[in-house]
Design a protein around this ligand. Sequence first.
Ligand code: NAP
Length: 255
Amino acid sequence: MEIIDEGLNLIQDLSGQKIVLFGGTGSVGEGILRSYLKTNAKIIVPSRSEKSKDKLLEILGEVGNSKNLEFIIGDYSTFQSAEEMAELITDQYGSIDHVIACVGGWWIGGPFWTVSEEAWQNQFVGLATTHAALAKAWIPRLSRENSYQIISGSSGTHPVAKSGIVSMQHASLIMMAEVIALEAASEKRVFVFVLGVVNSRNRPAHKPYWITAEQVGMVSSILAKENSIPSQVIKLSDKAALPGVLDILEKEIEK
Ligand SMILES: NC(=O)c1ccc[n+]([C@@H]2O[C@H](COP(=O)([O-])OP(=O)(O)OC[C@H]3O[C@@H](n4cnc5c(N)ncnc54)[C@H](OP(=O)(O)O)[C@@H]3O)[C@@H](O)[C@H]2O)c1
């Protein structure tokens, strides 16, 4: 796979497919969405608030006017609401091809022994529950041709001081994906992205070596397109990791 234009030339054509992108209103989700808007797929972004949707549309400007972009407003953070949201989406759009869970964010507080119960509930329990609820709702609805993709971070594999609950939450997410992949064997395709800092709107430093959210979307579109690629962990700590990841995926496609 030849990388031109930072790899965005590798965004796949997914005409006729339907993608659900949880967290599409967030900063990493926005970049993933921008890449998917180039795939010709229909993209459905569930959001818990009208305000987040409006903010995203303001940021996207013209790009947000795409006929392929749809929103559904409602909660998806509990087992019940995630299941109801999945029912609503499939009633409205029919079967879904790919689901991306880019839900969460960053938290910095203090050493682990100073963490408040509120922060623990929000940043660990709440997010772990949301991801579990989404996986429970969607994995049964997806087949081997489809994909379930989770966005996690390298703080799940490398401890980050004063952000311990995010590190723990990322680690649990990576393990959740690996457990589901093991249990589903060849019946499903489950991926987890382990990302370093992402060049996106909430990271104003924009270091040139950070992976961009659009590049994450590009890799995600390859996973969606090529159903010979089996479940795996996608480690993108920075831009330098991109050629290695693309090589691995290419070898899976050629097998
Ligand atoms: N930013 C980075 O540099 C970076 C690096 C590595 C990994 N990641 C991972 O990428 C994912 C997205 O991060 P981000 O920076 O895009 O975060 P963000 O800008 O805060 O967006 C997070 C999105 O998650 C959704 N969400 C659902 N439940 C949530 C909850 N309980 N708390 C917070 N958000 C919730 C929100 O969507 P609605 O409100 O519209 O429902 C929101 O749009 C996270 O898993 C994060 O750990 C980010």
